[in-house]
Write a protein that binds this ligand. Structure first.
Ligand code: ADP
Ligand code: MG
Length: 518
């Protein structure tokens, strides 16, 4: 072998010989065939004066082939963009030691992404190709370089569990909300990628990150995903998760005892602040004032702030404008309801976490649950757990019939309430259109004339006021008007009612009629 190397050496360009090992590796990679790869290994290791025996080389060759297979599997499982961005360039096994297979990656960013999101999956796939337990580890170019020159040990220090527990305790994070178990689809893709970017570079790319959407759609999960990702990556980062109402509670508690320093110690000594459900600051002027100061202090120091809310910052009511306007300084993303395919994927993921053998649970039962529970993910998850519990507790098969029985109490009111609300809404719409002498089709149309627009806004207001449906849902009865149009209409009528007595009478009459026809 060495003879072959010696023979080859004169053919290796001089400028190439002058470069660092890893650059050479990358250079060769571009032109490499399997054989060039082999030569590369001999060459580089001779360069680093690491003595390798044939057995080690064979092991590496074998692992390089296996990695090729694992990579192919990943390509079929991941979205093509993700695969290209993360895995396309990972094609060298750097070394195999103590059953750890070290893959070489271009940079820290890719290393971190893989470790956080894909390593477990890679190791699971790997199990199919090796008889003995092996695991992947990752090394960047720089680390490999250092390793070769200093021949330093690569054994990663065992994590300090106590420090980890303490960091978690202080952060208030729930470690089960991670990016790994968050299922991405059209309804949350932007929110997910933005969160990931923020977690990769806290305080740099989007500050604050503002996530909004209806209840049960994954805002808290995603926000905590950011915190967990950061903490897992660096245990010394001070992450703090707090619900806005807890912030208010704390402020009242500490300020009543004049313990401002203690309060500031908790909230200002952080690197990442995650504030959930900011709408709960409404009407709490003193707490808003305090939060405003906190925001300024942290933002000035480029500390990352993430905020969630049930609505856009501009639609927040009873929160001071100078605060809400700051929420729009960074990046705002929304989360919507998942479509059927996405709901199925979420259920499949939850199933993997809940059972040892998800294959026992037929796909058609998953599809059934996903088709019934279309409102939010929390409901969807609850339904799955219920079916699992019912069938396992009584040792029944997972069939649609059994799922129906298990979910009876949840589905019946849902079905009833759907029809019930639908009838009520039809009634309300025809009452309003009769009252204003226009047709129902004009009432729900997109025509902008005031004779249609005003009754339409009143109808939206009445639906919100009487049935308290989500804005988006109300919009769906008016030719799919969006969430914010409905919200503005409702707010406009709400404000007009304070000053317009005639309107007040009209609205009261209409409410009364709706009640009579109930
Ligand atoms: P929100 O804060 O928007 O009300 P949560 O984050 O509390 O919603 O989510 C409700 C439940 O649904 C949680 O158990 C969460 O793990 C789950 N969930 C929501 N979206 C997803 C998703 N895309 N993938 C996996 N689980 C999800
Ligand atoms: Mg939440």
């Amino acid at each position: 072998m060495w003879k072959v190397l010696k023979l080859l050496k004169p053919f290796i360009p001089v400028h190439f010989q002058a470069h660092s090992f890893v650059d050479k590796l990358m250079w060769i990679k571009k032109f490499s065939t399997f054989y060039v790869d082999k030569i590369l290994f001999f060459y580089t290791f001779s360069y680093a004066k690491i003595s390798l025996n044939i057995e080690v080389i064979e092991k590496m060759e074998q692992q390089a082939e296996i990695w090729h297979e694992v990579k192919n599997q990943l390509a079929t499982q991941l979205e093509s963009n993700t695969f290209e961005e993360i895995f396309e360039s990972v094609d060298s096994v750097f070394k195999v030691r103590n059953n750890y297979i070290y893959l070489l990656v271009d940079n820290d960013f890719i290393k971190k992404r893989i470790e956080m999101l894909y390593l477990k999956r890679m190791n699971r796939i790997l199990e199919n190709y090796v008889s003995e337990k092996h695991e992947y580890r990752l090394l960047t170019k720089e680390e490999a370089e250092e390793e070769l020159h200093h021949e330093k040990s690569l054994e990663i220090n065992p994590p300090d569990h106590e420090a980890f527990d303490e960091a978690y305790l202080n952060s208030n994070l729930n470690s089960s909300y991670t990016f790994r178990n968050f299922v991405v689809g059209n309804s949350n893709r932007l929110a997910y990628t933005s969160s990931l970017k923020v977690a990769d570079q806290p305080g740099v790319v989007a500050n604050p990150l503002y996530i909004f959407g209806d209840v049960g759609l994954g805002k808290t999960h995603l926000m905590q995903g950011v915190g967990n990702y950061i903490l897992e990556g660096d245990i010394n980062t001070r992450v703090l998760y707090v619900k806005a109402d807890k912030f208010v509670e704390d402020y009242v508690k500490y300020s009543s005892k004049k313990k401002y320093t203690e309060f500031n110690d908790i909230y200002r000594n952080v690197d990442v602040l995650l504030v959930d459900d900011i709408q709960f600051l409404a009407k709490k002027e003193k707490s808003q004032e305090e939060f405003f100061k906190l925001f300024e202090v942290l933002h000035d120091q480029q500390k990352q702030i993430v905020i969630t809310s049930d609505r856009k910052a501009s639609d927040l009511r009873d929160i001071m404008a100078r605060l809400t306007s700051r929420f729009a300084w960074g990046v705002t993303v929304d989360i919507n309801r998942p479509d059927l395919d996405h709901r199925i994927k979420i259920l499949e993921k939850k199933l993997m976490a809940e059972t040892n053998d998800p294959s026992l649970f037929p796909k058609k039962v998953i599809e059934y649950i996903a088709s019934v529970f279309d409102n939010n993910v929390r409901e969807l998850e609850g339904a799955l757990k219920r079916v699992l519990f019912y069938c396992t507790a009584f040792d029944y098969d997972f069939t649609i019939e059994n799922a129906e029985i298990a979910l009876e109490n949840l589905i019946q009111p849902k079905k009833n309430s759907k029809n019930f609300i639908k009838d009520k809404l039809q009634n309300l719409l025809s009452l309003v259109s009769d009252y204003y002498n226009i047709s129902t089709s004009d009432l729900i149309s997109k025509k902008r004339k005031r004779m249609y627009l005003y009754p339409r806004q009143i109808a939206m207001y009445l639906i919100k006021d009487i049935y308290d449906l989500p804005y988006k849902k109300i919009g769906s009865y008016f030719m799919n008007r969006d969430h914010s149009t409905v919200m503005h209409s409702v707010e406009k009528i709400h404000n007009d009612l304070q000053i317009d007595k005639d309107l007040k009478i009209d609205v009261e009459k209409l409410k009364h009629k709706c009640g009579e026809n109930a």
